[in-house]
Design a binder for this molecule. Structure first.
Ligand SMILES: *Cc1c(COP(=O)(O)O)cnc(C)c1O
Length: 384
């Protein structure tokens, strides 16, 4: 039996339908509507954060974070180079210089032991990325931030439902960002995001920035008698139909999470023999972190082997992918950033990583098929 397995199918449970219809029929569909409020309250209780704001995308959440900490031209922001463009763009848009720090090969996360040396007079913030929903080593990072008076922003776009030592990702730094893009674990109908605010001082300013720089929110709460332009801002609101879609998935959060973890585990067990034979490497979850099954990746020998394996899988109907050309080597990365120190792992590790298909509705037979095809490839190459 052969299959055609896409890399991703957006999470859709059927539980979304009634809320989406309800939102449409209520005719309250603009930002900050009933479902937005419901989702935000849910996140605030779940995450125990000061405020959670639904925004149009994870990218917008990061851009709001850059506005909130008031990044100025010439400020430096430390982050890994192995990340999605939005992590860097958000700060480059404010005129910041991006300082890329190498990653650790076990988690593909920023190496916390290299950050302190990259700090200069101009450093304003550290933006960590919890790759694959697996936490960075946060204690050390918070310690450096305290020592040099820096902000910590968590790009937890992939990190929903995951923890660092019992603390949900996104709630550890000053600000956290989630994404509900269709490739992520939960989606608000394709695009969406959440800004998590952990410090009271940012709450009012964030509500103003999200409402085009006005105090509309305070006006609706009866706190001021007219609303007006207060500060710079933009339209960072999610429409309420998207929030309704997301509500249907939040209600099913355990079912969705357990399903992903089960699929992740099947890949792990299925491929562990190849790891013990030294052919490939599997993801590592440090003891301080939990897993949310966002990404299942393998690391092969090198770029050449990766290209061959990806082609072989594609010929057999499996759409596995790789991602993140390291930002420091991209045209915009060269313009807006610099790499601090030596690139020991970023390029080397990114070139041998493959993401296997993993989504809510993937079937056991499909995972078994992918696993078997990978064994077939190594057999064919006479590596086994
Ligand atoms: C998905 C993602 C983003 C961007 O989220 P969008 O909702 O697509 O804008 C940012 N950073 C990381 C690490 C991501 O994986």
């Amino acid at each position: 039996m052969t299959f055609k397995i896409p890399f991703n199918k957006p999470c859709y449970t059927g539980n979304e339908d009634k809320y989406v219809l309800n939102a449409m029929r209520s005719l309250q569909i603009s930002g900050n509507g009933p479902y937005t409020k419901k989702c935000e309250k849910w996140f605030e209780e779940e995450l125990k954060c000061k405020r959670a704001l639904l925004v149009p995308s994870g990218t917008h959440a990061l851009e709001m974070a850059a506005l909130l900490i008031d990044v100025q031209p010439g400020d430096e922001i430390i982050m890994p180079s192995y990340t999605f463009v939005s992590t860097a763009n958000a700060f480059a848009l404010r005129g910041a210089k991006i300082v890329f720090v190498d990653i650790k090969p076990d988690t593909m996360n920023i190496d916390e032991n290299l950050i302190e040396q990259a700090v200069t007079e101009k450093t304003r913030a550290i933006c960590v990325v919890h790759y694959a929903g697996v936490a960075c080593s946060m204690d050390k990072i918070l310690e450096i931030a305290r020592k040099y008076n820096l902000f910590v922003i968590e790009d937890a776009a992939q990190g929903i439902m995951s923890k660092y030592k019992d603390r949900p990702l996104g709630t550890i730094g000053h600000l956290g960002c989630y994404s509900f893009h269709e490739t992520k674990n939960y989606t608000s109908a394709g695009e969406g995001g959440l800004l998590i605010i952990n410090n009271e001082e940012f709450v009012e300013k964030a509500e103003i920035i999200r409402e085009k720089g006005t105090n509309r929110n305070q006006f609706f709460r009866g706190m001021v008698d007219k609303y007006t332009w207060i500060d710079i801002g933009s339209s960072f609101l999610m429409n309420d139909v998207s929030a309704a879609y997301l509500w249907g998935q939040l209600e099913w959060k355990e079912i969705i999470n357990n399903s992903r973890l089960k699929s992740w585990g099947l890949y792990y067990i299925g491929l562990s023999k190849l790891e013990s034979l030294g052919v490939i490497e599997l993801p590592k979850i440090p003891s301080y972190a939990t897993n949310n099954g966002h990404i299942f990746y393998i690391k092969v020998k090198n770029l050449d082997e990766r290209t061959k394996l990806l082609n072989f899988l594609r010929e057999n109907g499996i759409y596995a992918v790789f991602h993140y050309v390291p930002l420091h080597s991209s045209p915009a990365g060269l313009k807006f950033g610099r790499f601090f120190g030596e690139d020991v792992f970023t390029t080397k590790e990114s070139e041998r990583l493959i993401r296997l298909p993993l989504f809510y509705s993937i079937k056991v037979e499909e995972i078994n098929y992918v696993v078997n095809e990978i064994y077939k490839f190594y057999d064919k190459e006479n590596i086994l």
